[in-house]
Design a binder for this molecule. Structure first.
Ligand SMILES: C[S@@+](CC[C@H](N)C(=O)[O-])C[C@H]1O[C@@H](n2cnc3c(N)ncnc32)[C@H](O)[C@@H]1O
Length: 214
């Protein structure tokens, strides 16, 4: 909790002008999300690409706590892209960043200039019938030496229903979570090599993280 306080305090200071619900979602995300683990995969010379970057809070934490100098991201929501770019304009110096619109299908070509690619809690927002195609799009567009980090919610845990409730309340949709083992199977079938995995429950959310190489 003491460790997480520093993330909550940092995000709280940076989001004072956001609407109330957005602020709560951003500020308290570290309490329900394996932020320490995900940041531990980042080194200061990394060039990061964050797919489905939301309001840019993960990107901002990566810049502040891991001292990275280049970070890019895509989002399907115009409002969230604006949040992310505004947040960076106000609160970063000496960082190359760009958060752009994504049509949900074709990734921008600059993804292959990045060596760590994150997909944090986005896969379960994609319709099940498109998930494999989406992961293949990532595989086909990233650099051959890049690391891909997939973080999502494990459908094999009964706690998945808390995430479904969360998404109904905050996103107005029911998530399409995969089982951890199914995600591994799909990634391997696409051609990814699994180099690390993690499963942990935080609060009432059952997280899995899979780190892969092309
Ligand atoms: C639960 S939020 C996670 C946001 C951020 N990655 C984080 O961990 O804080 C899910 C995000 O995925 C975005 N999203 C949904 N479908 C997407 C798609 N097809 N491509 C990219 N982003 C998508 C949503 O707009 C939303 O910002």
């Amino acid at each position: 909790m003491i460790i997480l306080n520093k993330y909550i305090k940092y995000l709280s200071d940076k989001t004072k002008n956001e609407p109330f619900v957005d602020r709560l979602k951003i500020k308290f995300r570290p309490l329900i999300f394996p932020i320490e683990l995900l940041l531990s995969y980042i080194d200061k010379n990394d060039v990061i690409f964050d797919i489905g970057c939301g309001s840019g809070q993960f990107a901002l934490l990566a810049v502040y706590f891991k001292k990275i100098k280049k970070i890019y991201g895509v989002e399907i929501s115009d409002a969230l892209i604006k949040n992310a770019n505004d947040l960076f304009k106000k609160h970063t110096i000496d960082v190359a960043y760009n958060f752009t619109k994504f049509n949900g299908k074709e990734l921008p070509k600059n993804i292959n200039l990045c060596n760590k690619i994150f997909l944090n809690d986005v896969l379960h927002h994609i319709p099940q019938k498109n998930q494999i195609l989406f992961l293949k799009e990532i595989f086909n567009n990233i650099d051959e030496n890049a690391i891909f980090i997939l973080k999502d919610i494990d459908a094999s845990s009964l706690l998945v229903y808390f995430n479904k409730l969360h998404d109904i309340v905050f996103a107005g949709e029911v998530g399409n979570e995969l089982k951890f083992t199914e995600a591994i199977r799909i990634l391997k079938e696409i051609g990814f090599k699994i180099i690390d995995t993690d499963k942990r429950n935080i609060a009432v959310y059952p997280h899995y993280t899979i780190v892969c190489k092309k």
